[in-house]
Design a protein around this ligand. Structure first.
Ligand code: SAM
Length: 326
């Protein structure tokens, strides 16, 4: 389905939980987290129904995220159920890699086609600092598992923060150069009002690229399916690719192909949108599939032309990343 600006929207990001087994400083506060109550989150059946309806209005790619999607009960069964929907040809997850090593094989069997791991540092102490609860070796085991069971392409999401991990950029690129891994550098985004957000931490795509090009040749036109705004490059003589998600420094909104569904069943046209449409409430009021399809259509047609993050620096965004689904 085309939105109001002629963009084809075929990608739905589904948050299956706002809970997480890590507490990344740029994403969640350490304490005082109010999780959405059980009664307010979408049930397994509701998620499957909504994805079925979304498929009827042109969604063919789904990504499960959160919070941490692998802590959602029955996530493997959910993936298997969604894999039965004929129009859905791509099922991905974004995960912190804490639990994936144990689950990789069953997730692959269930129908998972792609996985993105979040990893911001190769230095275990820095990894512990940024995630507060993480164990670096778990993530490495999970990445190895994904490669072994053949879920691919395997992507690594790295949020670059000035003074924290900008000195590790070339180490990440080395990994993509030597292994079938696809590293995507993400510009630090301000969402909510967590104390960790500081404009000074932003390290732009131009700055990241300059560092990479001091050592590597980037070749335009990677054939990697990027599913939207990431700009990907092949590395000359390298195995993997590097990509950039430059939400802050350059607008890629004209290429955006996605809408988002929160764990409490609200549709958002943009990560930073203020408007939401409650599908859960509609279902509880007895909405038919046709009515729900109409609400998907409304969200797609109402998708904003661009985000306004640079103007507001996220301070007025009521929900934080883990509450929307990153
Ligand atoms: N728990 C999963 C994970 O860690 O990948 C999925 C949810 S997490 C919110 C999804 C992605 O959002 C991660 O790659 C994370 O690095 C990114 N993210 C969270 N907060 C961010 C921020 N302030 N700026 C940029 N990326 C952010």
């Amino acid at each position: 389905m085309l939105d109001g600006y002629g963009r084809k929207i075929d990608y739905l990001r589904v948050s299956v939980t706002d809970r997480c087994n890590l507490r990344c400083r740029y994403c969640m506060p350490e304490e005082g987290i109010e999780s959405i109550g059980h009664a307010s989150i979408l049930t397994f059946e509701q998620i499957v129904r909504l994805i079925r309806v979304a498929a009827k209005v042109g969604i063919c790619k789904v990504r499960f995220t959160g919070g941490e999607p692998l802590v959602r009960k029955d996530i493997t069964k959910l993936i298997a159920k969604v894999a039965e929907i004929p129009q859905i040809n791509d099922i991905a997850i974004t995960t912190n890699g804490v639990l994936f090593a144990e689950m990789g094989e069953e997730l692959k069997k269930a129908g998972l086609t792609r996985v993105n791991f979040s990893l911001d540092s190769f230095v275990p102490e820095k990894f512990n600092y940024i995630t507060r609860l993480g164990n670096f070796n778990d993530v490495i085991r999970s990445i190895t598992t994904a490669l072994k069971v053949g879920i691919g392409p395997v992507k690594i999401n790295t949020v670059v923060m000035k003074g924290f991990n900008d000195d590790e950029i070339l180490n990440f690129v080395k990994l993509a150069n030597e292994m079938p891994l696809h590293v995507r550098f993400i510009e630090f985004m301000p969402i909510g009002d967590l104390p960790f957000y500081q404009k000074e931490r932003l390290f732009t795509m131009v700055e990241i690229k300059k560092i990479i090009e001091s050592r590597y040749e980037l070749i335009n036109g990677s054939t990697l399916q990027t599913n939207g705004p990431a700009k990907s490059y092949q590395l000359k003589n390298g195995i993997g690719t590097v990509g950039f998600i430059s939400a802050m420094s350059s607008h890629f909104c004209s290429e955006c192909n996605r809408i988002r569904m929160t764990v409490d069943g609200k549709l958002r046209g943009c990560l930073f949108a203020k408007e939401e449409i409650s599908l859960k409430m509609a279902m509880e009021n007895g909405a038919s599939d046709e009515k729900l399809a109409g609400l998907f259509g409304k969200a797609i047609k109402g998708k904003p032309s661009r985000h306004y993050m640079n103007e507001g620096w996220g301070a007025d965004n009521e929900r934080k990343m883990y509450q929307i689904g990153g």
